[in-house]
Design a protein around this ligand. Structure first.
Ligand code: SUG
Length: 446
């Protein structure tokens, strides 16, 4: 088997980044509803995070934002006339629909797809299942464009197998990689896949949250695993603790992060904690290191407030393990003390902590790990990735210039109806697809 490496592909924050409070069960999104957003700062924060990861010696890619406001969706909802008329009518008659069609939520590419590396799949290809994101309108409209982008970036069918999103029904609610963790703790390099769901859709008697929705279904997790051809003995399915969902853990990646032979997890993440951890140890092998954080150390509410578990856990080329955490973690005395403890403890697998500022995204409930899609690639697969999407100093500087030229400093909800914002957004994206060498991706380019 050829050596593989894990690349991070980050979603670029789109020009319409705003705070419309669209995401139920996402505490930050709800709290910041109506706040003024700063798209330019948001996109530059995202680029700075990508640069930090690239500077650590990791392979870093870029995924483009989606076209927003999405006029085809507004037209499908019955708004007619010129683009300006559509925006004006939607703003007047149904501002929440306009907001849904204008969200920059595609930036959180941890929800773009479930990706299974070739080492683990049935046919030796990387498998990609775009997430249908059925739980909310603003996210459900992402899937077609997401599929197109991923097919353009990972185009070679000898290496990459692209599936259709699961049927867009509540039974098949799928939120992608945010609920999927691959662990590798054995010398054969094969992965064990943890799929986490919030509810069993077809069993009305099963446990579920009381306050907030469970977005991912067991049925969807099983289908994604099946599509990738994963063998049963390499899969662990786990149900989220409904109390965690009700505390604001709308995806498992708000309470758990894993990578390689390390799993960092809160003790209240899963409904059946012991069973899940035993199954993981059993399947992944005794080399698996589970770092469990207790409620006494970090209460659920603080885990959600700081997004400690939405850090990126990355293995550097020198073999050391780094936790890339949001700056909010350093603002919590309890979390900050824990980070220092880990770094100081020679028995802890975490060697270093790197802090990143993703505040604009965090205000919508998207931390560092939400902004990236992990793709494990062999050398041959890496050579087949669209080269223009791989971050180097030249692309970084072009992207910074592009953001600075095209993005607004501020966006309030009322601005979403501004036809000029649509024009600016399309102009920016048209230039971007050229810059990344991806060809035409968007409806307005077709
Ligand atoms: O789906 N927020 C996103 C945040 C997604 C975070 N991703 C992961 N945890 N992987 C969501 O809740 C808010 C958009 C708004 O309110 O305008 C939003 O969709």
């Amino acid at each position: 088997m050829s050596a593989s490496l894990e690349a991070n592909f980050d979603g670029l924050v789109g020009p319409t980044h705003n705070y419309a409070g669209l995401a139920t069960g996402n505490v930050a999104s709800q709290t910041n509803r109506g706040a003024i957003a700063n798209p330019r700062d948001a996109a530059l924060e995202g680029l700075a995070k990508m640069a930090t990861l690239a500077d650590l010696g990791l392979m870093q890619g870029v995924l483009p934002p989606h076209e927003r406001p999405h006029l085809p969706s507004l037209r499908a909802l019955g708004f007619t006339g010129t683009d300006a008329r559509v925006l004006e009518r939607a703003a007047r008659q149904a501002p929440e629909l306009l907001a849904s069609c204008a969200s920059a939520s595609a930036m959180w590419v941890a929800n773009a797809a479930t990706v299974v590396p070739s080492a683990d799949s049935a046919d030796g290809r990387v498998h990609v299942v775009p997430a249908n994101l059925t739980h909310a309108l603003h996210r459900s409209i992402e899937a077609p464009t997401t599929g197109r982008i991923l097919r353009a970036v990972f185009a070679d069918p000898t290496h990459f197998a692209h599936h259709e999103p699961l049927p867009a029904t509540a039974t098949m609610g799928d939120e992608g990689a945010a609920n999927h963790t691959r662990l590798v703790a054995s010398s054969d390099g094969l992965g064990v896949h943890l799929f986490v769901y919030g509810r069993v859709a077809l069993d009305p008697g099963s446990a579920g949250p009381a306050r907030f929705p469970a977005r991912q279904t067991a049925e969807a997790s099983a289908a994604a695993a099946r599509l990738a051809g994963l063998p049963d003995d390499r899969i662990v399915f786990a149900q989220q603790n409904p109390e965690a969902i009700d505390a604001g853990v709308f995806h498992n990646d708000v309470i758990c992060v894993g990578g390689g032979d390390v799993l960092l997890v809160h003790e209240r993440a899963f409904l059946e904690r012991e069973g899940v951890l035993c199954a993981l140890r059993d399947r992944a092998g005794s080399a698996l290191k589970i770092v469990e954080v207790t409620e006494a150390e970090v209460p659920l509410s603080e885990a959600v407030g700081t997004y400690l578990f939405n850090s990126q856990l990355v293995r550097l080329p020198d073999g050391s393990l780094v936790l890339v955490c949001p700056v909010e973690c350093r603002e919590s005395p309890a979390v900050s003390a824990l980070l220092d403890e880990w770094v100081a403890d020679p028995a802890s697998p975490i060697g270093r902590v790197v802090v990143v500022d993703t505040r604009q995204s965090m205000r919508n409930g998207g931390g560092p790990a939400c902004l990236r899609l992990r793709v494990v690639l062999t050398h041959a697969e890496r050579a087949a990735v669209a080269p223009g999407t791989l971050l180097d100093d030249a692309l970084l500087s072009r992207l910074r210039g592009w953001v600075t030229r095209h993005y607004r400093d501020r966006i309030a909800l009322v601005d979403l109806a501004d036809p000029q914002l649509l024009v600016e957004s399309r102009t920016a994206l048209d230039e971007l697809t050229g810059m990344l060498g991806l060809g035409n991706l968007y409806d307005f380019q077709m």
